[in-house]
Design a protein. Structure first.
Lengths: 128, 128
DNA sequence: GATTATATTGACGTTAACGTCAACGTAATC
DNA sequence: GATTACGTTGACGTTAACGTCAATATAATC
């Protein structure tokens, strides 16, 4: 019994609009089942949506997120497809490692700024 | 003798257009000196540009990047300003730590996908 | 069965982040 | 001094990622 979700369920859970969810489908990122005319999302689709939103927060475009989702595609048939997939996984990993590096740089910068700030505070305090 | 740069120097170095650099200025992110009518960028301005571009790669908007740049502002006069600055630095740090977490999740996911992929490869290889 | 809630498609609007193009100025070079 | 290189300011165009609104359908509720 895997759960299923309505479009407004997901919209509420992730605090986005239904329009946004339909837009992702329009762009080929989601493909919910249809119950009559209404959309029904399996938990796999919900995971995809999570991946999209996480990607967004990290500065990936929708197209890049679609590529990332495709990396989890189980339909990788033959040997050549698998190797291509592995290559692209490797590329994405490198990209993410780079981002992590830059985040670490940014954190180091902020730490420095913080220290300077605190020194300035002490300087003011000592003037009293 | 701190170096200075023309707009096309920076454009070439960071592989962006001069229009982009002027656009950042228009949005209040850069403020180069003027030599006659032409713009001249000190190394501090160059650093700002680097911060903007790094921010972009990490999913920050230009407005967010401007906020981040302001965190390095040395013009924090009194005690209250300093405390506000420290608070905002703390917020940005938290935000970055969250991003790093998400990157780590993504890396873990990709690692999993890679292993599955390699298993599938071996399965095919053993069929021969 | 009338209302209310939730869904659909389609069309047009909007914002951020630039690109592109025109018209013009200035500085160095041949 | 004509050309070439590089700069400037508008002004309008473009793309991604949605928002907004209208008209309509379906499902649940009173």
């Amino acid at each position: 019994m895997s759960k299923s979700y309505s479009i407004s369920d997901l919209a509420a859970e992730f605090d986005i609009s239904t329009r946004t969810i339909r837009f992702y489908e329009e762009k080929g990122l989601l493909s919910p089942r249809r119950v009559g005319t209404a959309r029904e999302y399996a938990s796999a689709e919900r995971v995809k949506l999570m991946l999209i939103l996480r990607g967004k927060r990290l500065g990936f475009s929708l197209e890049q997120s679609r590529d990332i989702i495709d990396l989890y595609d189980p339909a990788a048939g033959n040997m050549k497809q698998l190797q291509l997939l592995l290559d692209r996984i490797g590329e994405k990993q490198a990209e993410l490692l780079q981002k992590r590096k830059e985040i670490n740089s940014m954190l180091a910068d902020l730490k420095q700024a913080k220290e300077n700030c605190e020194k300035a505070q002490e300087a003011i305090a000592n003037k009293r």
